[in-house]
Design a protein. Structure first.
Length: 257
């Protein structure tokens, strides 16, 4: 089980010299309906509060954390010293670029992935000293964004046998109802995603699909098996939509120390 540190970060062990974890909705300054650690810039929350919330996460992991502008694709953006300088010079909370994955071999630069039902994935090779994150929603799983993140890591010296990964809280297969045609389309590409809800309707199990993709590459992975749709400690776009409100964004974070 992940250990909790900071006020709202669930830590996972990705090896020596790596700090990684997943935030919950606790430990921030945002009022309802974002209560309280909203890290998103597109939720309608006050940017000043989001900056403070992100600063708290940076304090917990001991490093500045870069986030991409996520578009449900499979592009992986590499960050290094030059990109860090450019990103830090921008007015926060600016995005590091448009992508659904980030990779770096830069010590002291955290990578973050924002979610509110999609699957956050954090990866590290503690031997080669390379880390990455991936945002795996329905389209990202279909496109293989996790594979692209692993490819980016191996291009920087990582070995799949040395890579450790953690699949964070996301909407589970019992709660992620989709049209039957959509389930068939995704499952044709990633069979492990095929699922049914508790009511027996068509569904997708995206965490299971991501775990299968990682296993196919020989990557050891742990699963923080908590469903965002039913867990009140986590943000959920689906839950908020069902109640006619809005919600914040939590994150998966990883940094080389």
């Amino acid at each position: 089980m992940p250990a909790q540190f900071g006020a709202g970060l669930l830590r996972v062990d990705l090896g020596p010299g790596v700090v990684a974890g997943f935030t919950t909705r606790h430990g921030g300054v945002s009022p309802a309906p974002w209560s309280s650690l909203d890290l998103g810039t597109s939720t309608g929350d006050d940017p000043a509060r989001v900056r403070e919330n992100r600063a708290r996460v940076e304090g917990w992991v001991g490093a500045p954390v870069a986030y991409a502008a996520q578009v449900h694709g499979d592009r992986v953006l590499a960050l290094g010293p030059d990109e860090r300088a450019e990103w830090e010079a921008a007015e926060p909370p600016a995005a590091a670029g448009e992508a659904d994955g980030l990779v770096t071999a830069q010590e002291g630069l955290g990578l973050g992935v924002l979610v509110a039902d999609c699957v956050p994935v954090v990866l590290a090779d503690p031997v080669a000293r390379v880390v990455a994150v991936a945002h795996a929603g329905r389209r990202g799983v279909s496109l293989g964004v996790v594979h692209r993140a692993l490819d980016a890591m191996t291009q920087r010296g990582a070995r799949p046998a040395d890579v450790r990964a953690a699949v964070g809280p996301a909407v589970c297969g019992r709660c992620y109802e989709v049209p039957e045609a959509m389930r068939d389309e995704v499952a044709a590409l990633v069979p492990e995603t095929w699922a049914t809800t508790e009511a027996g309707t068509p569904a997708l199990d995206l965490p299971r699909g991501v775990l299968a993709q990682l296993a196919a590459r020989g990557v050891e992975a742990v699963h923080v098996d908590r469903c965002t749709r039913t867990d009140a400690d986590l943000f959920s776009h689906r839950r908020a939509t069902a109640t006619g409100t809005t919600t914040g964004r939590q994150a998966g974070v990883v940094v080389l120390t």
